[in-house]
Design a protein around this ligand. Structure first.
Ligand code: NAD
Ligand code: ZN
Length: 249
């Protein structure tokens, strides 16, 4: 099937009776300038071993080393702007074609783009909390305290602060369980920019009647999907919204 024919098919699928949802991964944010984990050459896991730098045990064992790798990476998220994929998903929700977006991303770009219903299954970088007394702070406190004192420590008990993201070995967030429930009866799940390799999030397509994949590379769900578009998410969503005539506002 040719590219434009696939765009027409996706438009038709989104216009058929829902509920329809999107599931997004790091790939929707690469065009905003945030590297993903698994793209060949540029993905972060080509440089680091995830279990060494993004696991709960690595944070507990050596918080200084954990923050030396992760803080500079998270600080690059500041001031980053949503791209056409985020903006299009917000418009599709606003005009009733999608219920909302389930995202593996922690960059808040779906919210900034105007999506109203967002399930952040791996948490977000807006807040952090103390690993000892659980007191909550804005994420900015973590970066400021790390800059001033080396390790970000709690003002109340001197425990180490950690962001409200889901690390390897952490429990899943409430949003993950809420998303699983929200998907009950889902007719169409549009999976965009996810390698579908990080479980349990990668298992969410099983709850949808039909799955569409938009990704530059192959994914484990390609064979079961009703439609697979191997292209960049920015281009696909621009072409899709033009094809569907979704209003700007
Ligand atoms: P991943 O890195 O495993 O996979 C991203 C996929 O997107 C790859 O298959 C890649 O080929 C594809 N891709 C990259 N840019 C694309 C584009 N412009 N258009 C189409 N496809 C594109 O990411 P994942 O599946 O989300 O899993 C990694 C985990 O890393 C996530 O759970 C997330 O929590 C975390 N993460 C988040 C961010 C973020 O918040 N922006 C960034 C890096 C990693
Ligand atoms: Zn504390």
């Amino acid at each position: 099937m040719e590219y434009q024919e696939k765009i027409r098919m996706l438009a038709a699928l989104l216009k058929s009776p829902g509920p329809n949802f999107a599931l997004t991964g790091a790939g929707v944010s690469t065009e905003s300038g945030i590297p993903d984990f698994r793209s060949p050459g540029t993905g972060l896991w080509t440089k680091y071993d995830p279990m060494q730098v993004a696991s709960l045990s690595s944070l507990r064992r050596d918080p200084a080393a954990f923050y030396a790798v992760n803080l500079p990476r998270w600080q690059t998220f500041e001031g980053v702007q949503p791209n056409d994929a985020h903006l299009s998903l917000a418009r599709l929700e606003k005009h009733g074609y999608l219920v909302g977006v389930i995202t593996q991303n922690i960059d808040s770009l779906h919210r900034i783009a105007g999506s109203r219903r967002v399930w952040e299954v791996h948490g977000h970088l807006r807040t952090c909390h103390c690993m000892d007394c659980e007191r909550s702070y804005p994420f900015r406190e973590l970066t400021e305290r790390a800059a001033a004192r080396g390790l970000p420590r709690c003002a109340a008990c001197n425990g180490v602060l950690r962001p409200d993201v889901v690390l390897f070995e952490d429990q899943m967030s409430d949003d993950f369980y809420k998303a699983t429930r929200a998907l009950t009866g889902c007719q169409l799940l549009l999976v965009a920019g996810s390698s579908l390799q990080v479980y349990p999030a990668a298992g969410l397509p099983q709850y949808a009647r039909r799955v569409v994949i938009i990704n530059r590379e192959e994914t484990p769900w390609d064979e079961q999907a009703v439609l697979v578009i191997h292209a960049s998410t920015g281009r696909v969503f621009r072409d899709l919204l033009a094809e569907m005539n979704v209003p700007e506002n």
